[in-house]
Design a protein around this ligand. Structure first.
Ligand SMILES: *Cc1c(COP(=O)(O)O)cnc(C)c1O
Length: 412
């Protein structure tokens, strides 16, 4: 049995407890949706004011040089690199995951000319599969063919026909965590490359992309990295591939010498080769400031807290008879789980809406999942206790059956 006294002890011993002050979260709100849109780090507002008032407002176009706007995709990329186990010069901040997947998948296919298969998993995040489909339509089946299999069958399906294995590290629905080392090695053993989607892992758990010889990765700026709505995403490419990248969104910012304005494209020989058009400076400034929340944060400590928060939530749920109808679909073993928990219930959508009214923000994923994200930088154990308590009330009272909770919003 876990009690509020245990919770208070956990909070008092939490090495990350002071980090919460660095975020603006409305009082009384328990925010368990940082895996969809990270909370607002307090430093972002000042950074935005400076970027708008001084850099854009006063210094205008000279800011490309004087405030180093032009290098922002690289400097923000390196900041992200420090969080995901990448040495400098291999991460660039740009565009969205969807667009970045076209770039890295094309680059990977071009590096494996005799092969055409992109191997992925049925329940990957849909945009990843859609982008591979789009690439097939562009290149033809002889150059690009998407094959999807069940998670359990991936290793045995990695064979010599596979050019690239494209997987999402942490499953967006269940939080199931792939063994990145094992799968990357299995791909390399047969000469295939890997593309990892880190949408639900960057900023949530320790990563070691360089150490594991990962070829390419993409990830999200607005989830655990807290860069704000629509924050630019990122691309990681191993240094050894950088001189041989061919990708079709070859805009001027990825040219070896953009300001020479030459008529023909010459790819940059560094990570800039993945840039296409003018970087989104304002949103990148927000992400840049947001990443300071990770200063001096040891990712192993963060991971320990993420698991402890999720375990605490699970224990609260298991010990409450009112919550027995919520069926956990997330793996229980730490090695197999990311930083979220999902529960199945036929009224999942309405339950989430009722919880939001009670100031606990979780989210719904079709067809029947209630999803809770655990962000160690701004959640306390007491938040977890409060969330379980309010969830218990919602379930016991069946208030979620009220008509006002049944209408689906456009974004769920
Ligand atoms: C959130 C998410 C995305 C988002 O892609 P965008 O193109 O940046 O909107 C992609 N993949 C996964 C696994 C995600 O969870």
């Amino acid at each position: 049995m876990i009690t509020i006294t245990d919770i208070n002890v956990l909070d008092s011993k939490d090495p990350l407890k002071d980090k919460k002050q660095g975020f603006s979260i409305p009082p009384g709100l328990v925010y368990l949706d940082g895996n969809s849109l990270g909370a607002l780090p307090s430093g972002v507002q000042n950074a935005m004011t400076t970027a708008v008032e001084t850099e854009w407002g006063k210094d205008l176009i000279s800011s490309w040089n004087t405030h180093n706007w032009i290098d922002l995709p690289l400097s923000v990329g390196d900041k992200i690199g420090a969080i995901i186990g990448a040495a400098p010069g291999q991460v660039v901040c740009c565009d969205s995951i969807s667009v970045n997947l076209v770039k890295v998948l094309s680059a990977a296919l071009a590096l494996r000319p005799g092969r055409s298969v992109i191997l992925s998993q049925h329940d990957n995040f849909p945009t990843d599969l859609y982008m591979a489909e789009g690439l097939t339509a562009l290149l033809g089946e002889s150059r690009c063919r998407l094959k999807t299999v069940d998670a359990d069958d991936i290793v045995e399906e990695i064979n010599e026909s596979v050019a690239v294995v494209m997987l999402t590290h942490v499953n967006f629905r269940t939080g199931a965590l792939h063994d990145m080392a094992k799968l990357t090695e299995a791909a390399h053993r047969v000469g295939a490359l890997v593309v990892w989607d880190l949408a639900h892992s960057a900023g949530a758990l320790p990563l070691a992309l360089d150490e594991l010889n990962v070829d390419f990765a993409v990830g999200c700026g607005y989830k655990y990295l807290n860069g704000g709505p629509g924050a630019p995403a990122f691309i990681y490419a191993a240094r050894k591939h950088l001189a041989n990248i061919h990708q079709p969104i070859c805009g001027w910012m990825g040219h070896a010498n953009p300001f020479a304005f030459e008529p023909g494209y010459q790819p940059a020989k560094d990570i800039k080769v993945f840039l296409a058009g003018t970087p989104n400076i304002l949103s990148m400034k927000a992400l840049d400031a947001a990443l300071d929340a990770f200063d001096n944060v040891d990712m192993n400590t963060l991971r320990q807290k993420s698991l402890a928060l999720s375990d605490t939530f699970l224990r609260c749920i298991q010990q409450d008879p009112c919550l027995s109808q919520l069926q956990c679909v997330s793996p229980v073993y730490h090695k197999e789980r990311g930083s979220q928990l999902a529960f199945r219930h036929p009224h999942a959508y309405a339950i989430v809406q009722a919880l939001i009214e009670d100031k606990v923000v979780a989210d719904f994923r079709a067809p029947d999942l209630v999803r809770f994200g655990f962000t160690p930088l701004y959640l306390s154990y007491e938040d977890i206790w409060t969330a379980a308590d309010r969830l218990s009330e919602v379930m016991a009272s069946e208030k979620y059956l009220a008509p006002r909770f049944q209408t689906r919003n456009k974004v769920t």
